[in-house]
Design a protein around this ligand. Sequence first.
Ligand code: HEC
Length: 156
Amino acid sequence: MPSTAKQIIQMTLLCSVVILSVAVGSVFGQTSNRPPTYSQPASPTQNPLLEEMTTHDKAFGIIVTAVAIGDSEKVHSAIETMRSSIEKTRTGVQAGTVTLPKNAPRFKDFLEMEQKFQNKLDALDRAALHHNQREMLRITNMLLSACVKCHQMFRK
Ligand code: HEC
């Protein structure tokens, strides 16, 4: 075999070894350098108020769409998820484990607003039960106003 051909084969072999070791190294390197999953930042679900708001956020989006297409069942199930999270916040505020970011001493007004909000949710649920789309629309508008009103008063 001419020496140039030998050199080419040698070079090719060397290259493959280098490429292979880099590839293997990066695979193992990646797995060992990945941060452990338990060091994730604390989730907002540890605060009942923020948990409630995350639920409201998702559920209200579902309600808006469900009202738009007249899907009473979806309206009803979204309301169910909101109810239980409201209850947790109310307990937390009363026990002093939840502090409001703004106007904190006015927690009685906050609880009153929560109650009014919940009454409107109950009314929406009744409208859904009767498949009354016009009424669902009217109450959904009122609920949005209630979100805004409470945020103006208690959200920073
Ligand atoms: C009775 C009061 C009240 C009502 C009603 C209310 N919220 Fe809130 N919401 C708050 C407070 C207080 C905060 C701030 C919480 C914090 O930062 O600790 C908040 C925060 C939020 C946040 C987080 C925003 C951020 O700071 O990133 C979202 C999203 C949210 N609310 C959605 C809603 C939606 C949607 C509705 C209505 C369907 C609603 N909320 C109704 C009191 C309320």
